[in-house]
Design a protein around this ligand. Structure first.
Ligand code: HPA
Ligand code: ZN
Length: 335
């Protein structure tokens, strides 16, 4: 392997720690599932469906994303979606996957929680048998409120061994982290890891609340932290990882142009930024494409390999596994 193998290459091992399984629903699979379950779609041509993916802001995306999820009905559907993502992830060099799943939307659509967990669980078990290290993280829909999140955590009790942590997603502004203090405390008491979308559209106070009220171990996005130098210093000093998704931020217009992405400011400030794909079916590609987009605007190989190291450091894995991944990365990078 050449010493110059770019960070985006699938030959460089990676951890993907900020992606939503429901966001891996490619249009081809969307059509298959719609036909399988008799659910109407605005078109059955994947190209026409993809052409709808032009978003003005987070909420535009969420409307399409939640609409498409109506096709998910059976354990087989959840299996097929997760299996598709896990295959793509491996093709991109992912050796550790920590994937959000959000059962709230499915349960509210009348899908039994057991079907969701059976399907996702089977795909993850298959991937593990094939040598991929992977785990699920339960995400709560923040705009459904804290009581609904608490109820979901209760419903997940029979599946406690199937996930390793909790997170918060969906509409951010108007639903600050502090609202979810109690459910996150409950999750922590149950030995679950904690992460939270904050600072994607919300101001730096959302990031501060995620730290102080939810005691999260890492932040998903965290972009707007760069507006607050004191917060940025704190995130660096406390080694809080910010799980950045460059193509998502451009697609949802949190960032005007990729060359202006705050990840460069974060890295200059000593922040442990990581790179992931968020919703790869909607934002223009998987984790490799996200690295390639940063390479194309001048991110150095050292900066990006540093982000990969940060992702292994940030991953919810034990020290022995962390050491194995970091050593494999060192070997791949030095050739
Ligand atoms: N932000 C908020 N909610 C989400 C996202 C995101 O990027 N992706 C899936 N749900
Ligand atoms: Zn996300």
């Amino acid at each position: 392997m050449s010493a110059l193998t770019p960070a985006s290459s699938s030959a460089i091992p990676k951890a993907e720690i900020h992606m939503h399984l429901e966001g891996a629903l490619e249009s081809e699979l969307l059509v298959v599932l719609a036909k399988r379950n008799g659910i109407p779609l605005p078109s059955y041509d994947p190209e026409v469906l993809d052409a709808r993916y032009r978003f003005g802001e987070l909420q535009d995306f969420l409307d399409v994303y939640f609409g498409n999820l109506a096709v998910m009905r059976t354990a087989e559907d959840f299996h097929d979606l997760a299996a598709l993502y896990l295959r793509r992830a491996r093709e991109n060099g992912v050796v550790r996957a920590e994937s959000f799943f959000n059962p709230m939307v499915h349960v509210r659509a009348g899908v039994p929680l057991a079907a969701v967990m059976e399907g996702y669980g089977a795909a993850f078990a298959d991937a593990r048998r094939d040598g991929l290290s992977c785990d699920l993280i339960l995400d709560f829909t923040r705009d459904l409120g804290a009581e609904a999140a608490d109820d979901m955590l209760t419903q997940m009790a029979p599946f406690r061994d199937a996930f390793i942590g909790v997170g918060l997603d969906s509409t951010e502004v108007g639903y600050p982290p502090m609202l979810f203090r109690e459910v996150f405390a409950r999750a922590a008491a149950d030995g679950l890891h904690r992460t939270c979308h904050a600072g994607e559209e919300g101001d730096p106070e959302y990031v501060r609340q995620a730290l102080d009220d939810l005691h999260v171990e890492r932040i998903d996005h965290g972009l707007r932290a760069v507006e607050d130098p004191e917060l940025l210093r704190r995130l660096a000093d406390e080694h809080v990882p910010l799980n950045v998704c460059p193509l998502s931020n451009v697609a949802l217009r949190a960032v005007d142009r990729i060359e202006q992405h705050p990840v460069f400011t974060m890295l200059d400030a000593g922040i442990a930024a990581t790179i992931s794909s968020d919703d790869p079916a909607y934002f223009g590609g998987h984790i490799g494409a996200n690295f390639a987009a940063l390479e194309a605007v001048g991110a150095s190989r050292d900066q990006l390999i540093g982000c990969i190291e940060n992702s292994f450091e940030a991953a919810f894995i034990d020290a022995a596994e962390r050491g194995r991944h970091l050593e494999a990365l060192r070997v791949a990078v030095t050739g």
